[in-house]
Design a protein around this ligand. Structure first.
Ligand SMILES: Cc1ncc(COP(=O)(O)O)c(C=O)c1O
Length: 409
C-alpha cells in the first residue's frame, strides 16, 4: 500500500477513536523504531508502557516463534504447561495467591472489581475468619481516586471517575466513589457500610505521574485491614520493573490484597492478569468469570520470555541506574529551561510538568526523531524501555533540550 493510501484507508475504514500522529512505523528493536521510509526514531514512550524491554526483545520473539510452531490456542477448559509455569512465576514474584488471566489492563481491572463485589456479596468467604462467619455481606462500593485511570470498559471507566472519559456514556455503573489522591482523611470519610475496596495506582500514569506518598499507602493498608476492605493496586502501568522494583507496591513495604497487571507483561502481546491473595483466590468459581483468549499459550510464552530477560539482563538494576541518570539529566534540563515547572518520577517513569501545553512539544520532538507523550495537557511523559542505555538517554535529552529551549527564551 502507498503511504497516502494507508492514511486514506484509515479515514475510510477505521473508527477515529485515537488522536493519531502521521507516522507509519514498520520495524522496531529495543528503544528504536523505523518508519516506512526508513527513518529511525528514539522511542522514549514505547507502546504506552508496553515496551518495558523495548521493541521485539529476542527472548520474547524466541518463545513466541517456538510456540506458534506447536500450538497457538487452547481454550481455558483444558490445561497448558506454559500457563501453569507463568502463573507460578507471577505468584513467586508477588505474593501467595492465585492468578486470573485476561487480555488487557481494563479486563484485569474488571476482574478485580467483580472479585471485590463477590467478596462483598458473599456470606461465607473469609478463610482467615471463623468458618462461616459473615464478615462482608452486602458491600459493593469501591473507593478510587481523582485523576485515576483504570481503563475504558464500563466498570473500569466508572472506577476511573474522570468526567472527560465518562461524558456521553451515561449511565455510568454505580458503586464507585472518587476521593482526593494522597488524602487519607478523605478516604476515611468516604467509607460507609457499603464499601468493599479501595483501588488505586501507586503512580498515577495517565493522571500526570502523581506519586502516592508512603504514609498515605501505609495508612490505606491499615484502614483496609481494620475495616475488612480489599486493597486493590492497579499495576497495569507500574508493573514489571517500571518503578525500579518488580511491582510498585514493593517500594512501600505493603502487600495488597489484589493487583492487576498488563502492558509490559507480555512484551508487546495482549495480556492482562489479576492476582488475588490466598484468602480471596477461590471466590470466583467455575462459570463466574472467564476470558476466551486469556492466558493463551503464545502470550504466556511471550511473558515468560519477558521474565527470563528481566532476570538474565538485570533489568531492575539497569532501571534503577538509568532512572537516576535520567533524573539528573532532567533536573539539569529544568535548570536551563524555565518552561519546565516540575519534574516528578520514580524508576524510569517521569513526568515533566510544563507551564505551556505539551502537545506541540511532543510533535516537534517527534519531528526531530524522539517519541514521547503528553498527558493531562501539560505533562510530558517519558517512560523509556528499562534496558535503555546512557547513550540513548543523552540523545533524548539533547533533542528535548533543542525543542524546549525555543520555548524558554
Ligand atoms: C493504570 C492503568 N490501568 C488500566 C489501563 C487500561 O489498560 P488497557 O488499555 O490495556 O485496557 C491503563 C492504560 O493506560 C493504565 O495505565
Amino acid at each position: 500500500m502507498k503511504i497516502e493510501d494507508i492514511f486514506q484507508t484509515y479515514k475510510e475504514c477505521i473508527m477515529p477513536t485515537y488522536n493519531k500522529v502521521p507516522f507509519i512505523f514498520v520495524k522496531g528493536k529495543g528503544s528504536w523504531l523505523w518508519d516506512i521510509k526508513g527513518k529511525a526514531y528514539l522511542d522514549f514512550f514505547p507502546g504506552w508502557g508496553v515496551g518495558g524491554l523495548g521493541h521485539c526483545h529476542p527472548k520474547v520473539m524466541q518463545g513466541v516463534r517456538d510456540q506458534i510452531s506447536k500450538l497457538i490456542f487452547i481454550p481455558n477448559n483444558y490445561y497448558h504447561p506454559f500457563q501453569a509455569k507463568l502463573a507460578k512465576e507471577l505468584i513467586t514474584l508477588s505474593f501467595p495467591g492465585k492468578v486470573f488471566f485476561a487480555n488487557s489492563g481494563a479486563e484485569a481491572n474488571e476482574a478485580a472489581i467483580k472479585l471485590a463485589r463477590k467478596f462483598g456479596a458473599s456470606a461465607k468467604l473469609c478463610a482467615d475468619g471463623e468458618p462461616g462467619r459473615i464478615i462482608s455481606q452486602g458491600r459493593y462500593e469501591v473507593i478510587t481516586f481523582e485523576n485515576a485511570f483504570h481503563g475504558r470498559t464500563m466498570a473500569a471507566l466508572a472506577a476511573t471517575g474522570q468526567k472527560k472519559y465518562q461524558a456521553g456514556f451515561e449511565p455510568i455503573p454505580e458503586g464507585f466513589k472518587q476521593v482526593k489522591f494522597n488524602d487519607l482523611a478523605a478516604v476515611k470519610q468516604a467509607i460507609t457500610g457499603k464499601t468493599v475496596a479501595v483501588m488505586l495506582e501507586l503512580v498515577q500514569g495517565e493522571g500526570g505521574i502523581n506519586i502516592a506518598e508512603k504514609d498515605f499507602v501505609l495508612g490505606l493498608r491499615k484502614i483496609c485491614d481494620q475495616q475488612n476492605l480489599l486493597l486493590i493496586v492497579d499495576e497495569v502501568q507500574t508493573g514489571f520493573g517500571r518503578t525500579g522494583k518488580m511491582f510498585a507496591y514493593q517500594n512501600y513495604g505493603i502487600i495488597p490484597d489484589v493487583i492487576t497487571l498488563a502492558k509490559a507483561l507480555a512484551g508487546g502481546l495482549p495480556m492482562g492478569v489479576m492476582i488475588a491473595k490466598k484468602e480471596l483466590s477461590d471466590i470466583l468459581t467455575p462459570g463466574m468469570h472467564a476470558s476466551t483468549f486469556g492466558g493463551g499459550p503464545v502470550v504466556c510464552r511471550a511473558a515468560l520470555g519477558v521474565l527470563k530477560a528481566m532476570q538474565k539482563e538485570k533489568i531492575l538494576h539497569n532501571c534503577q541506574n538509568m532512572g537516576k541518570y535520567l533524573s539528573e539529566k532532567l533536573t539539569f534540563l529544568k535548570n536551563t529551561c524555565p518552561v519546565i515547572k516540575e519534574i516528578r518520577g520514580v524508576g524510569l517513569m517521569f513526568g515533566l510538568e510544563l507551564n505551556i501545553e505539551g502537545k506541540q512539544i511532543v510533535q516537534e520532538a517527534a519531528n526531530r526523531g524522539l517519541l514521547i507523550n503528553c498527558t493531562h495537557d501539560h505533562v510530558l511523559r517519558l517512560m523509556p524501555a528499562l534496558n535503555v542505555t546512557k547513550k540513548e538517554i543523552d540523545k533524548a535529552i539533547s533533542i528535548l533540550k533543542s525543542v524546549l529551549k525555543a520555548y524558554s527564551a
